[in-house]
Design a protein around this ligand. Structure first.
Ligand code: HSE
Length: 365
């Protein structure tokens, strides 16, 4: 029976992964070992075939006993441990939610609904490093798989509306704290007219007391048009990832499909949205485009382009906590016959993070 070591299973992505594995009865056909960076020796969670105590996530000898290591601990952990473990001779399978190893030549970015055949080939070739993609990229590819599969996409401009959870659990809680401060301010000013409330809220957002230790800025009542670090190209790193990761996931040798746009943080909790301009390689009628998108995989949910359906089903509120990746607002644009407008929303913790890791673990088992 294979030995699987879990690291970072208590964090946000790790917890979502554990929940999914429990729901799907994944535990059992392998021995689970839970590692910790701070509490070794304490009791491990009780799943089927689980070693009873927590092991040390920095102990190479303990890690070396694993056939598969699955980490949601983050990039700093990967950088600290991965290379030392490989240098010590460990030749097991490494599954990682962090971005640190994503663009290495010998790693694969896993996204089961989109590149399962490539993952299978990679396993057959003896590949060992399976890395989850950036959430925005993975959700975009699941939504548009039907168009990519037909090789119809020339380029995409993607304008994102990314939820607080993408920045981490603390940021999510901070957003709620900011909203709470807004609510309190409203309660303290009953009957105040909208323009005066606006002035009060603006001054609240700029005050020292407004909670913004993690974001550094107000997100409630605001949007933040920069995610991740600055690059010399003028892109944010989040914007740079779209093209490089999407092409790697699709197995394009060069960066055949151009994807670029502005990534923006908004006050949603855990679902990322994206407004898309898609340039097709050749004109296709809108019915064909809709059908290609609709039938591509079991998770893409096509939403008819009308007001009622869009407002009901094409929102973070509708999609959060589900495996669905909704896509709608699909129509031809005024720029020309080969330009398609679309809007897509998906839970960034499920298909955006935990689920691709779960799928590859099952493949390896
Ligand atoms: N980088 C993403 C974000 C999250 O900040 O929303 C994970 O891919």
């Amino acid at each position: 029976m294979k030995k699987v070591g879990f690291i970072g299973w208590r964090g946000m992505v790790g917890s979502v992964l554990m929940e999914r594995m429990k729901t799907e009865n994944d535990f059992g056909p392998f021995e689970s070992y839970f590692f910790t960076t701070s509490q070794k020796g304490l009791a491990a969670p009780k799943y089927k075939n689980t070693h009873s105590t927590l092991l040390d996530a920095f102990n190479l000898d303990e890690l070396k006993g694993m056939d598969i290591i699955l980490t949601c601990q983050g990039g700093d952990y990967t950088k600290e441990v991965y290379q030392n473990l490989r240098s010590s001779g460990w030749n097991g399978h490494w599954i990682d939610a962090a971005s640190a190893l994503r663009m290495k030549d010998n790693s694969i970015i896993v996204l089961d609904p989109v590149n399962r055949p490539l993952i299978e080939q990679y396993i057959d070739r003896g590949g060992k490093d399976f890395i989850g993609g950036n959430c925005t990229v993975s959700l975009l590819l699941i939504a548009l798989q039907g168009l990519f599969r037909e090789n119809l996409v020339e380029w995409i401009s993607s304008m994102t509306y990314q939820a607080a959870s993408g920045a981490g659990a603390k940021n999510m809680i901070e957003l709620l704290g900011q909203m709470n401060a807004v609510g309190e301010c409203l309660n303290q000013n009953p009957g105040t007219d909208a323009l005066l409330l606006d002035r009060k809220m603006t001054s609240l957002m700029h005050s020292q007391d407004f909670p913004k230790e993690n974001f550094g800025h107000p997100l409630a009542l605001n949007v933040l048009p920069w995610i991740d670090v600055e690059l010399p190209s003028g892109q944010s790193k989040e914007e740079w990832k779209a093209q490089v990761e999407a092409n790697k996931i699709l197995g394009n040798a060069s960066e055949d499909i151009k994807i670029d746009g502005t990534c923006v943080r908004v006050g949603a909790l855990r679902s990322h949205s994206q407004g898309l301009t898609i340039k097709l390689k050749k004109s296709a009628d809108i019915k064909t485009v809709e059908e290609l998108i609709q039938g591509a995989n079991p998770w893409v949910k096509f939403v008819a382009n009308n007001k009622a359906e869009s407002l009901k089903s094409l929102t973070p509120a509708a999609v959060s906590g589900t495996m669905n990746v909704a896509i709608g607002r699909v129509r031809k644009m005024s720029m020309g016959e080969d330009f398609i407008n679309a809007f897509t929303v998906g839970d960034q913790l499920l298909w955006g993070a935990a689920e691709p890791l779960r799928c590859v673990l099952k493949m390896l088992i």
